[in-house]
Design a protein around this ligand. Structure first.
Ligand SMILES: *Cc1c(COP(=O)(O)O)cnc(C)c1O
Length: 389
């Protein structure tokens, strides 16, 4: 150990008002997966994400994974169906497809945003139709590391084939594409409030629904699909996916600091930008154009594979740098390992162009959370520069 304090990728930070909402829940005995904090948190999220004229409604649930699963249920994804899924993502984007007995069809990324390649997506849908005689049921698009996907091009493809989009914006709270909030593009959108996301409820998520009616239907699914009757009457399958009123209290407190968190992540990105601008072979993943405004949930870099790095015993540039950072008590992490390379998803069709594998091989996620300040960035940059000497 170096005796230096650990720097984590993205550690949660309380704003200060969370405890008030929790105390109120205790005082009023609202210790249940419903209550004023849940309703209040949903309203706060709607205010933050949706323009006043929007028909969309937000449902707070137990996790981002639950929100993704509910989204697929709402899109009627069933046994034997196929669902297009961005391969470069966290496994929670793909697992719920399997919960439904459907098959994920993995689609590679384009190099600008690292998200699903719209041109490839169109070709894949065409190929699936030719091979199976039917169309995929849904398209799961991810805003990876907070970077908005090319939503207008993706939506054009989706409209052409009349297939709904489920936008996994778990990492992209506060990111915008063409001034519009991520999570509000697809027919359904998903947010996550896990401990390491932009804001936290300790664990939680949200499903952004097209309108009040579908919000109510999703709410019914999320609360065991209980019908209006004195006895327990069920006409559909049900889930226990609602967010706890205690957790939602944390969420309400976090909404006071959400903008602060987002601007902090953007400042960290700016500091890395400044530090890396004169280092050859280190490329920060940036907004590819003025339409994109990432929240930079994690700051990510790509290394030139020809760089000479201290301690590179054949493990590759990012891994050698990761080990060197770790020796300084700094956490960093490889880019998400694409789903088509995961043993669990072996056998699922995958349409590849090399982009996600190249990013996985050459990239690294650097710390960006609320506790990463100037001092920490200095340590990170120094370690990285030493690695390259
Ligand atoms: C975190 C995350 C999820 C899952 O959210 P949980 O709240 O942890 O269940 C889904 N997709 C992506 C891309 C994520 O990063």
């Amino acid at each position: 150990m170096t005796g230096k304090e650990r720097v984590l990728l993205c550690l949660c930070k309380m704003g200060g008002r969370e405890q008030e909402f929790i105390d109120k829940a205790f005082a009023d005995n609202w210790v249940a997966p419903l209550g004023p904090n849940v309703d209040g948190f949903e309203k706060d999220l709607e205010k933050f994400l949706l323009p006043p004229e929007s028909q969309k409604r937000i449902l707070a649930v137990a996790s981002g994974t639950a929100a993704l699963h509910l989204g697929l249920v709402m899109l009627d994804v069933k046994q034997g169906d196929e669902v297009m899924v961005q391969s470069l993502t966290f496994s929670a984007s793909a697992n719920p497809v399997c919960y439904q007995g459907a098959t994920p069809i993995f689609v590679d990324s384009e190099p600008d945003t690292w998200n699903i390649d719209p041109i490839l997506l169109d070709e894949v849908i065409s190929d699936r139709k030719a091979k199976t005689g039917k169309l995929p049921k849904a398209i799961v698009v991810v805003d990876l590391y907070g970077m908005p996907a090319k939503m207008d091009e993706i939506q054009q493809v989706a409209d052409k084939w009349n297939i709904p989009v489920l936008e996994d914006a778990a990492e992209a709270l506060g990111s915008t594409f063409k001034q519009k909030m991520c999570g509000t593009f697809g027919r359904y959108g998903v947010l996550s409030f896990n401990g390491n996301k932009m804001i936290t409820t300790s664990g939680g998520g949200a499903l952004i629904c097209p309108d009040e009616r579908l919000h109510n239907l999703a709410l019914s699914y999320a609360t065991q699909s209980r019908e209006k009757a004195p006895w327990y009457q069920h006409e559909r399958i049900g889930y226990n996916y609602r967010l706890s009123n205690i957790s939602a209290g944390i969420g309400r407190g976090q909404m006071y600091v959400v903008e602060e968190h987002i601007s902090h992540h953007r400042q960290v990105q700016a500091a890395y930008r400044e530090a890396f601008k004169n280092i050859d072979g280190v490329y920060l993943h940036e907004n590819p154009g003025p339409d994109f405004d990432s929240n930079f949930w994690l700051c990510t870099v790509i290394f030139d594979p020809h760089l000479k790095v201290k301690g590179d015993d054949g493990c590759g540039v990012p891994e050698a740098i990761r080990r060197n950072l770790e020796a300084e008590n700094i956490e960093s992490r490889p880019i998400w390992k694409p789903m088509h390379l995961q043993p669990f998803f072996e056998g699922c069709p995958a349409y590849l162009n090399g982009v996600s594998e190249r990013l996985f091989q050459n990239g690294l996620c650097l710390p960006a959370g609320p506790y990463v300040g100037e001092k920490e960035i200095e340590r990170i940059v120094k370690s990285l520069k030493n690695s390259l000497k």
